[in-house]
Design a protein around this ligand. Sequence first.
Ligand SMILES: [Zn+2]
Length: 192
Amino acid sequence: MPTAAQRKALKSTENLVRTFQNLPGRQRKEGIASPRPTQYSRDAQRQRVYDAEHDFVRLVRGRAEHPRISISGVSMDVPDILRFGDLSAVQAFVDQVTRHAGASRISVHTNDRLAQRANYSGGVITLPLGGADHRWAWNQAVLLHEIAHHLTAGAKHNSPFPAALTELFTTWISPEAGLLLRLLYLDLGVKL
Ligand SMILES: [Zn+2]
């Protein structure tokens, strides 16, 4: 079992990654799987899932300067993602996705005490409050991640969560976005 200190370090790493801040460089060495602080838990590939999505968002943010990339021998245009300006737009998007998937409804709330993270639990997505500092979570990539938890209840970040999220990216962002996420997952050894 991880020690209390390890759990605390893990928690702060998770929060850091969840903010999708522009951290300098990737969080791992090329070709070497990222350290797995969660290997003792059943959510063993959580960090790699976050790392892949962090890379995805970093590429999206840099698309003005680098509109085309080559990854694993595949050249593609870097996709863009929608950002939402208010909670009703967020809720409308989430409703559209769950209806299309034939899933039960998710209600979206904000919580100013969760300023650093988005969260899914029991049919509820909680987002940081809107506003310049917190709006990072009000975009398709973060919302689809939380919706994928709804669609793969109990899987945490294990299979089939990554496959479900890849499919959501393909359907709701673009085929290129789904392909890019899949390649980033494979690059990091994430099991789909
Ligand atoms: Zn998650």
